[in-house]
Design a protein around this ligand. Structure first.
Ligand SMILES: C[S@@+](CC[C@H](N)C(=O)[O-])C[C@H]1O[C@@H](n2cnc3c(N)ncnc32)[C@H](O)[C@@H]1O
Length: 304
């Protein structure tokens, strides 16, 4: 089944979902995504019935407002997007600037959806005053309204009645998780998201994050963490301290767009950490890395 993805979002894990889902334990009650963004893992988990319920959280309030509309009022937000998309015809840049000004005044969800669909790299950028200041990508008009409507309706069908949405700091959300739940975390990388308004882009503080993981360990809450990554020889993010006892997997995510443009062969490796209590629930022998390009399975490289 096609996995819908209504919110265009830089850093979305939609292409990695198929490598992450096999590590879900059986019978997850609530899947928590405290750094949800476009919630690619929650959507994929819902499609594959990997969790009974979902908790989508992001510190970015307008984004969570958009999530509420998509889940609870899918027809309305689809029509609003269609209206904005049609009005831009022949008047691209001026219209984009108009919608951006309106969004900065009102923070309306349909404006955010239009801006994300039209802006450079679907990347949320706010200035120091908290105003969205990303430029439009003038080569495209943004996702076609019919495709957008289809994805919104599908996601609403998957999540309606089973999903809690919040906009708060991740730490508050972690405190709600139980051993029968699963937490998937994709925090902003230092240096990648850490620009603009700190309300939305705070690269999280590593010194606060590690004790939070320790608390999850202590409460026996299983978790999966996407953290650092490396492209070719360049690596970013910090590696996690061994004392947490996590297992690290490297997923060969194929050539990065940047490398392809530069004609280089660099492959991006995405690191995924599995909590110790999660690995204990899984059959270790079945942990594999799936090589995307060659579609083969190879033994995982994991460390304690
Ligand atoms: C790398 S993105 C997540 C992308 C997501 N996995 C997806 O598939 O789209 C990180 C997200 O964390 C959010 N964020 C940053 N600081 C946060 C905090 N302290 N608490 C909760 N969310 C936060 C950002 O707004 C951003 O949407």
């Amino acid at each position: 089944m096609k996995v819908p993805h209504p919110i265009p979002y830089q850093g979305s894990k939609r292409n990695l979902a198929k490598y992450i889902l096999p590590f879900f334990p059986q019978d997850v009650d609530i899947l928590f995504e405290p750094f949800a963004g476009s919630a690619a893992i929650s959507i994929a988990a819902a499609v594959h019935r990997k969790a009974a319920r979902f908790h989508i959280n992001d510190v970015n309030q307008p984004l969570v407002g958009l999530w509420n509309e998509i889940i609870n009022h899918p027809k309305k937000i689809s029509e609003q997007y269609r209206g904005l998309w049609l009005k831009q015809q022949g008047n691209g840049r001026k219209y984009y600037d108009f919608v951006r000004d309106e969004f900065n005044k009102t923070k309306r969800p349909e404006h955010l959806l239009y801006l994300l669909a039209r802006c450079v790299k679907a990347s949320v950028r706010y200035n120091a005053n908290g105003e969205f200041n990303q430029s439009p990508d003038n080569r495209r008009l943004g996702r076609n309204p019919q495709q957008m409507t289809d994805d919104i309706l599908s996601v609403s069908k998957l999540l309606l009645g089973k999903t809690v949405t919040t906009s708060t700091d991740y730490k508050e959300v972690l405190s709600l998780a139980e051993p029968t739940d699963l937490v998937y975390m994709d925090p902003p990388y230092q240096g990648v998201c850490a620009t603009g308004d700190p309300r939305y882009f705070s690269g999280i503080d590593f010194n606060e994050f590690i004790p939070e993981l320790k608390r999850l360990n202590k409460r026996n809450v299983p978790y999966i963490l996407s953290y650092d990554g490396r492209t070719g020889k360049k690596s970013y993010g910090q590696s996690s301290p061994e004392e947490l006892g996590m297992y690290r997997l490297e997923i060969d995510a194929g050539r990065s767009t940047q490398s392809t443009l530069l004609g280089r062969d660099d492959v991006t490796y995405e690191s995924v950490y599995l909590s110790k209590n999660l690995v204990e629930q899984l059959d270790i022998a079945s942990i594999h890395i799936i090589n995307k390009k060659k579609a083969i399975r190879q033994p995982a490289l994991f460390e304690l």
